[in-house]
Design a protein around this ligand. Structure first.
Ligand code: WTA
Length: 633
């Protein structure tokens, strides 16, 4: 695949992508291995929404991730696995070995009765076998639904049931940082409420003993090892579903975002190559977890499509110490490093001594993703990690967009701290006002929409197309609405200012306030709750919960611990409130709507400029909230 080589070329590509989108994408798609070429490049309407890319084409994405590299790159390392514990030996697999493992795993799935179109839930630690399983699903046309291995049994069960997954693939357990996670036990708990799941494939990862259900549970190694290493790649149509990934929105339960085969594939490699300016032979490391979209698109699919060596890291930035990331960069001479602002801020807080111990001279490109990067973190990353000489790409995108949408192209686009800068060729962002009117020109601010389809866009929400339409395509007519606020400066550069809906971005993880409230309300003593985000030095946003209890709370600490434990068991530890305040009432309008604007202000520590409170049913509620001392940090 050709890549953009200068900013002038970027502008040419961009212009072509807007004027002749079909020719533009057909050129890019040419470079893939197709079993059959497409009849039409794009058919679309955003009313449905009904979007088809490369309709009529047939392919298998794993032939593009693996088979097509075997002749020239068979002996090149495809994936390096680095364990949580630095004393555990790392593992490397070449493209040839990856092919063998993926084919065997695919045959194992088949032998368990998994067929094209079936859903497979993957709830695993960051292990090589997680990548094999993802690719094995794609090999046989099963739809993978990866659930981050930090979600609770209840969240796992909801996701398994929503997609009626035939098979669950999990592991005995694993250690993240210094904490052991008994994954099989959580999976067992979840499966008590899932009747759709016939088998559980269990990877022996930690070696700890687990409960076993005969007839249902199967050891991964036992079944995979005895399979043939040849599994013909299933013929998939362009719009056949590739995967489901659940993500939180402003209302109700998480939605299963559906991505389809051809468009996702084309955009994953295209965006990977251009944003990071990948050169053959580069060592590439994205620190995300495969439980999130960043791991799907930029640990597995994008890098493997481009024939890269991609590093998978099981651990955390600060275990056993705050030098862990930089030690790995030195160890593998990483050229391209992609992480989240929350990790940067956490490491910044630990001081430079951890950075200075290691040789970071291999680095050429740094990336940031998941949340707005503040100026201070941007400068620290640029100066101390990039030594002022690396390109720094602040990449804006979403689970729903499938790939990076707005970002500098490393080394080609002039950077501006905190700005994601310009859209990739093929992406047509627009800002709208509250009524959906386009805000034209520069030096403006509004809600970020996209007005034209791109290949890796969301196609539907699993099992509920109407929801997809309502959430993304109905707020503003005939546009995809991102849920983000955005500025466009005098140079036409974009800066994402954060969510404008009730989604909190905690350490780069999307959490719906309604979900957290439901979890808190599951506690017997809770009458009502309201959850908002507030600025947090490390996490970007923290979770602040206002709770009305049905009794007098004498021991606030104990109550807070109980609330946190409810949230941990309903959702997962990632959604635990940072601050909990017991209040007498919540600020509501006469129609009963909670005025979150006021709660956000109080959570930020602003108590004097609360704005107009005259529409409140009972304005004294606010005084009570401001004055109360019943707060647990
Ligand atoms: C936020 C992660 C500012 C944004 C790939 C978006 C960002 C949400 C950036 C999607 C960025 C992601 N600058 N904000 N560079 N990248 N976001 O679905 O609010 O986990 O809507 O996808 O993260 O989160 P998601």
């Amino acid at each position: 695949m050709k890549k953009i080589n200068s900013f002038a070329e970027y502008k040419d590509w961009y212009q072509k992508s807007v004027e002749h989108p079909q020719d533009f994408w057909a050129d890019i798609a040419e470079t893939f291995t197709w079993k059959k070429k497409w009849d039409s490049v794009l058919d679309w309407d955003f009313k449905g929404p009904n979007v088809k890319w490369f309709d009529g084409a047939e392919l298998n994405i794993t032939e593009n991730c693996i088979d097509r590299h075997l002749a020239e790159k068979g002996d090149q390392t495809a994936i390096i696995w680095e364990a949580n514990d630095p004393d555990t030996e790392h593992k490397k697999v070449t493209y040839k070995e990856l092919s063998v493992q993926v084919n065997k795993t695919a045959n194992a799935l088949k032998s368990l009765g998994v067929k094209k179109g079936d859903r497979v839930c993957i709830y695993m630690p960051m292990s090589l076998e997680l990548s094999y399983t993802v690719l094995a699903c794609a090999r046989i046309g099963a739809i993978h639904s990866v659930v981050f291995a930090g979600f609770s049994a209840k969240s796992l069960a909801d996701r398994i049931n929503d997609a009626t997954c035939e098979l669950l693939v999990t592991a005995d357990g694993f250690t993240r940082g210094s904490k052991y996670i008994d994954l099989k036990a959580i999976a067992d708990e979840a499966l008590k409420s899932c009747t759709c799941t016939k088998n559980v494939l269990v990877l022996k990862h930690s070696g700890k003993s687990v409960n076993w259900q005969e007839g249902r549970d199967v050891w991964y190694g036992d079944i995979v090892d005895k399979q043939s290493d040849v599994c013909p790649a299933e013929t998939m149509r362009a719009e056949d579903e590739l995967f489901i990934l659940y993500t939180s929105g402003s209302t109700g339960k998480p939605k299963g975002v559906v991505h389809t085969t051809a468009g996702y594939m084309v955009y994953a490699e295209y965006s990977f190559r251009n944003v990071f300016q990948y050169n053959q032979g580069d060592m590439y490391w994205c620190t995300a977890d495969i439980g999130w979209i960043t791991g799907h698109s930029y640990i597995i699919y994008g890098p493997l499509l481009a024939g890269t060596t991609t590093i998978m890291f099981e651990g955390t930035p600060t275990f056993p110490d705050a030098g862990r990331f930089w030690q790995i960069v030195e160890k593998y001479k990483v050229n391209i490093f992609y992480t989240a602002p929350t990790a940067i801020r956490a490491l910044q807080a630990k001081g430079l001594e951890w950075v200075e111990k290691y040789d970071l001279s291999s680095l050429r490109v740094l990336g940031s993703v998941g949340e707005p990067i503040n100026e201070e973190a941007w400068q620290w990353y640029h100066t101390n990690i990039g030594k002022g000489k690396c390109a720094l790409v602040d990449t804006w995108w979403q689970t729903e967009t499938g790939g990076i949408m707005i970002s500098p192209l490393a080394g080609l686009t002039k950077e501006k701290p905190t700005f994601a800068t310009y859209p990739l060729p093929g992406i047509q962002p627009m800002l709208v006002d509250a009524d959906g009117n386009e805000i034209k020109g520069n030096g403006v601010e509004g809600n970020l929409c996209v007005k034209f389809p791109w290949p890796s866009m969301i196609r539907t929400t699993w099992g509920d197309h109407e929801r997809c339409k309502q959430v993304y395509f109905s707020t503003y007519e005939n546009k995809y609405f991102t849920g983000d606020g955005c500025k466009r400066d005098e140079d036409g550069m974009y800066r994402i200012t954060g969510r404008v809906d009730d989604v909190i971005n905690v350490s780069g993880h999307r959490i719906g306030t309604a979900e957290v409230e439901d979890a808190i309300n599951s506690n017997d003593a809770v009458v009502e709750s309201a959850v908002v985000g507030y600025p947090h030095d490390i996490k970007g946003q923290g979770i602040y919960a206002y709770i009305i209890a049905d009794r007098k709370i004498d021991n606030l600490e104990a109550f807070a611990a109980e609330i946190r434990s409810s949230v941990t068991s309903e959702i997962g530890a990632l959604a635990k409130p940072d601050k909990i305040q017991v209040v007498q009432g919540l600020p509501k309008t006469r129609s009963g709507k909670i005025m979150r604007r006021i709660l956000r202000k109080v959570a930020e520590g602003v108590t004097d400029q609360l704005g107009d409170t005259s529409t409140l049913l009972d304005p004294t509620v606010v005084d009570n909230i401001v004055q109360t001392k019943d707060l647990v940090n």
